[in-house]
Design a protein around this ligand. Structure first.
Ligand code: TPP
Ligand code: MG
Length: 368
């Protein structure tokens, strides 16, 4: 068997909230660090409330990102507004960092008429054209070649921008992973392939996903840069994406970043992880390594954060969220016949016919 190059896992802030000896610490203004920590907490408030909302039958589905927040919050922060983001689905923090309002996020979960997708997708398929945040799509991996192609387009147009896509380690088994990385490698597209290796693809553990030593090493086969980082370390995430961005813009091609993290939540509201993993043995060690603990320790040591501030901030997030939920629940549902809009300038005859059938049906049912 060919020998894979050794790729060390880069860590900058350790689990005790201390900088690793000799690590080059990326420059991040203190106010930004506080704001990023607040975004991580906000994601937690949203995740925990929306999970319960699903259990109450008020939304149909939800996916939490407990334990993985540093990956998406940090990666989105390291980008510039002109860069494009192609999410998988478990990266709501990236949407918040980009500026997606809580109201728009919640509207999407309800699929109401205030939803930018006009109620056409299941919950957790958020996105925003105005924010260069491509809408989540359900089939795994489709975002990877889309990101590669978009990045190549940016290169041709000589834009000062890159495209970053998030995906899980499970998604690296899709053919689209190969197509995307191969294309980006050949054309030196300014793309960043950000893999959240959270250990699980629903119930499939990483060792059943690939025979490869790790995910980052696969970069070698595409002739691109591959790095492994501690994905629960916000500093390492920011540093790796900044470096990948600089390389990409210099014309040095794409980077595959493997961020090691752990899915402490269930896969989704439709999943029960107790059926396939042990809370003590599998999750236990990761509960101590999750990203908020070390960041909180660091900020407190630097006198930038306190327990009281955390309580107040969580209350503020909860209030903002409850207000957004109230608005969303009182916003009319998306109009069904909007299904026929936004695709064609002139609707083809068969779709016109179907649209009229739908309108007649709704009238007969007393819904119009
Ligand atoms: C092409 C395709 N196959 C299967 C699924 C069903 N599915 C949805 S999420 C998921 C697991 C993905 O795992 P991973 O990429 O590691 O992301 P994570 O959920 O861990 O964030 C699967 C198998 C799908 N949506 N699309
Ligand atoms: Mg996974």
């Amino acid at each position: 068997m060919a020998k894979a190059p050794k790729l060390p896992v880069k860590q900058i802030l350790d689990e005790n909230g201390e900088f690793v000896k000799g690590a080059q610490v990326p420059e991040i203004p203190k106010e930004d660090l506080i704001s990023l920590f607040k975004t991580i907490l906000k994601v937690r408030v949203v995740d925990s409330r929306m999970f319960k909302m699903q259990r109450q039958g008020r939304i149909a589905f939800y996916m939490a990102s407990y334990g993985e927040e540093a990956t998406h919050v940090g990666a989105a922060y390291a980008l510039k507004p002109q860069d494009w983001i192609f999410p998988q689905y478990r990266e709501q923090g990236a949407a918040f960092v980009r500026g997606l309002s809580l109201q728009l996020f919640v509207n999407q979960l309800f699929g109401n008429s205030g939803d930018l997708n006009r109620g056409r997708q299941m919950p957790m398929h958020w996105g925003s054209r105005a924010l260069n945040l491509v809408t989540v799509s359900s089939p795994l991996g489709t975002q990877i070649p889309q990101c590669a192609g978009t990045a190549y387009g940016m290169k041709i147009k000589k834009q000062d921008a890159v495209a970053l896509t998030f995906f899980g380690e499970g998604t690296t088994s899709e053919g689209d992973f190969h197509a995307g990385l191969n294309f980006a490698g050949v054309y030196k597209a300014p793309a960043i392939f950000f893999c959240r290796n959270n250990g699980w693809a629903i119930s499939t553990p990483i060792h059943r996903q690939t025979a490869s030593e790790n995910i980052a090493v696969k970069a070698v086969g595409y002739g691109i840069e591959g790095v492994r980082i501690d994905g629960n370390d916000l500093f390492a995430v920011i540093d790796s994406v900044r470096t990948a961005r600089e390389r990409a813009l210099k014309g040095d091609g794409p980077t595959l970043i493997e961020a090691l993290t752990y899915r402490l939540s269930s896969h989704s509201t439709s999943d029960d992880p107790s059926a396939y993993r042990s809370e003590d043995k599998d999750d236990g060690p990761w509960k101590l390594r999750e990203p908020a603990i070390r960041l909180r320790k660091f900020l407190m040591k630097e006198n930038l954060w306190s327990g009281k501030e955390e309580q107040d901030w969580e209350k503020t997030c909860e209030k903002e969220l409850l207000d957004a939920i109230r608005v969303a629940e009182n916003t009319p549902r998306a109009e069904l016949d909007a299904l026929f809009e936004d695709m064609y300038d002139d609707l083809p005859w068969n779709l016109k016919e179907q649209k009229n059938q739908l309108i007649t049906f709704l009238k007969n049912e007393g819904k119009r």
